[in-house]
Design a protein. Sequence first.
Length: 177
Amino acid sequence: MPNIVYIATSLDGFIADKDNKVDWLHDIPNPEGSDLGFSDFMTRIDALVMGRNTLGVVLSFGIDWPYTKPVFVLSNTLTRVPEGLEGKVFLVKGPLKEVLKQINAQGYHELYIDGGKTIQSFLQEDLIDELIITTIPVLLGGGISLFGELASPLKFKHVKAERLVDYLVQNRFIRQR
């Protein structure tokens, strides 16, 4: 039952800039229009788990809902799913281990964990099994960091590095327990 992070960061480890924007992700030339392996990754997972802030970012893109898999949104403040996303987005709250039990009990076992605070919370409870991190060659100098404080170190094994579109490096790490 892997919980997997698939995310891009700046060279200095930020997932959003100082204004909570991700426009810089689109500055890399991609002449072939590659999705950089995202479609293959999405076929591997059963569902997504993200925080309320990440849901807001996705909704701000002004595009059709991009996910075909169920999206579980962690939130203590949202009381209803945004209009038009009923049956696609499900609100969950509570201790992460209990939330995961509920999601797993519904048959979803390979989970894509997304969003800065959500990823940090999962790492703090040692609930991440795999990290797939694409590094964008830009220094943001501040913003939302991918990683936060941990009670103790978590060890991962580096299993793959791949150069993408001549600009990016995607690294894959598996949790060593």
